[in-house]
Write a protein that binds this ligand. Structure first.
Ligand SMILES: [Zn+2]
Length: 546
């Protein structure tokens, strides 16, 4: 129970921070715009005019925003937070454009790493050099002392070097893996590429990171997302990750609010944990379960109703048997837990919608907030089912301008028309929650908003937008990064809009992104990020906060 010795600040207590002369986009339909905002402790006290706020200042010197924009703190609805933090200090392959550059960067990085230490992360993209998959021979000679397991940027395949395969006891005799692929050469020898569930063979050989390394990764991740204006994240991960977050929470070092999902197969453990300890608080919250229906487009493992356009015998794969997703999901739903399921191809999405529909029918109505993660390629006839079944579409707009470079080669133009179908989903009444899928993509909401509003692919080839009819407005994208995300993590009563009484989480941007051409959003910068009434990021050289 709350003790009476530390009461919440009362309405007549002095404000602790204020911002005036701002373009404040509140996200609150009853008061969409304001000039000034005052905070009291970790809560919002006043949202209104400069005069409203100036009356209550007491000794506080307000921040003069000079017309810059303030929004509710951005919520990234899908991150792999510790992977992101680790990747900040690992080999950078995201923009390696040729095999030679790929090899060169790995060579240079390996020279900085002690012998025996695994090299992970990477985020390579073979589509940048035309689609040829790397092989272990490419890197064996430049990584003689370090096992390597570097991931494609979607996390659905890895390249392992010879040392890593040796440690994982992989050979020509290794057996096929359900829900995954060991890529082999003509002689049957593994090439070093392991897709989806087959990655676990290699992952199983990687020693667990030390607690210190994990703490460092979390701190790096929190600091980095604060620089991007992110105040809350929904983390998709493991019980081990949760232990890292709990350590930070206990130490009082959190500057990002985390809603942490754990694997759906462990639903009973989550039920028991909540029964014993509750769901947490505004900093660290549990209650979500993450499952996988299929793989990814770039790895050809997303499950489609029809074969891939460039592989007529291949229609992808369901990585978890639908019977299991139903059985776990139904039991978890009865226990009051939230279901969060990755589904990318139209077959995976339809299968999961069917499962959600069945669970809702059998378990009865309740506020359950089913989520489909990614929801990239939806069959036209399934779009309206999201709103009808109250399924949140948790999507990552940056993926569209990244995949949009090559997606039609894989699925053709017809299916592309309802790829990343934000406009169709909103028109049908569905709720969007936006995020990044970091470390798959950068955790930068301004880039996501730019992507949603322009659909201009990163190769510059679609300046008017790839499938332009699916573009959405900047305010719609902002909503998906704020109130949509808050709703998707059951935090809408305290977060997602700027209203008195809600948590004082806000983001300041150097220009009003609703008043400029969407193409210019990529030039906007975060000026300041506030979480719980405290400044957690301020752009260097900017004015003093207070
Ligand atoms: Zn993910």
């Amino acid at each position: 129970m709350l003790s009476s010795c530390s009461p919440r600040p009362t309405a007549d207590a002095p404000v602790t921070m204020a911002i005036v002369n701002a373009h404040i986009w509140t996200g609150n339909p009853k008061q969409p715009w304001a000039e000034a905002i005052a905070l009291r402790g970790d809560r919002i006290a006043i949202v209104g005019s400069n005069d409203d706020v100036k009356k209550s200042l007491g000794d506080v010197k307000p921040v003069d925003a000079h017309g810059e924009m303030v929004t509710p703190g951005f919520i990234d609805s899908h991150v792999h937070f510790l992977d992101g933090g680790r990747q900040l200090s690992s080999v950078q392959l995201r923009d390696a454009k040729t095999p030679a550059e790929f090899i060169q960067r790995i060579k240079a990085f390996a020279a900085t790493v002690p012998a025996g230490t695994w090299i992970t992360g990477g985020d390579w993209d073979h589509q940048l050099w035309g689609g040829e998959l790397p092989r272990h021979e490419w890197i064996d000679s430049v990584t003689p002392n370090n096992p390597v397991a570097i991931a494609r940027l979607d996390g659905h395949m890895i390249l392992a070097n010879a040392l890593a395969m040796r440690d994982a006891k992989v050979s020509t005799a290794s057996k096929a893996v359900a829900g995954g692929t060991i890529v082999r050469d003509a002689s049957g020898a593994p090439t070093g590429i392991f897709k989806d569930n087959a990655q676990d063979i290699i992952f199983g050989a990687i020693p667990d990171p030390s607690p210190e390394m994990s703490d460092r990764a979390l701190n790096a991740a929190m600091k980095y997302v604060a620089e991007q204006g992110v105040t809350s994240v929904a983390h998709m991960g493991t019980w081990g990750d949760l232990a890292v977050f709990e350590r930070a929470h206990k130490a009082g070092t959190m500057i990002t609010r985390i809603s942490a999902a754990v694997p759906i197969s462990t639903w009973a453990r989550l039920r028991d944990t909540i029964a014993a300890r509750g769901r947490g608080d505004d900093w660290l919250h549990i209650g979500g379960l993450k499952g996988f229906a299929d793989g990814s487009l770039g790895s050809h493992t997303a499950a489609f109703l029809e074969p891939y356009t460039d592989a007529p015998k291949d229609s992808g794969l369901l990585v978890t048997p639908p019977d299991s997703l139903y059985a776990w999901g139904s039991a978890a739903d009865k226990a009051g837990l939230q279901l969060i399921v990755h589904a990318i191809g139209d077959r995976a999405i339809r299968t999961q919608l069917d499962i959600f529909q069945r669970i809702e029918r059998e378990n009865g109505a309740r506020d359950r907030r089913f989520r489909i993660e990614h929801a990239q390629h939806i069959a036209p006839s399934d779009i309206a089912r999201f709103a009808k079944l109250h399924v949140i579409a948790s999507m990552q707009p940056y993926h569209a301008i990244d995949d949009g470079r090559w997606a039609e080669k894989e699925i053709g133009h017809e299916r592309a028309k309802t790829s990343y179908a934000w406009k169709s989903l909103l028109d049908s009444g569905a709720l969007l929650a936006f995020g990044s899928d970091w470390d798959v993509a950068p955790p930068i909401p301004l880039e996501g908003i730019y992507a949603a509003a322009t659909r201009a692919t990163t190769d510059g080839k679609n300046p008017g937008g790839w499938i332009p009819e699916q573009k959405i407005g900047v305010e719609e994208a902002l909503r998906a990064y704020t109130s949509g995300g808050a709703y998707a993590m059951f935090a809408d009563s305290t977060r997602g809009t700027l209203e008195p009484g809600k948590l004082a989480d806000l983001t300041m941007i150097d220009r009003d992104i609703t008043k400029i051409a969407p193409v210019e959003i990529k030039d906007a910068h975060i000026v300041m990020t506030v979480v719980g009434g405290k400044v957690v990021y301020q752009r260097a050289g900017d004015r003093a906060a207070h």
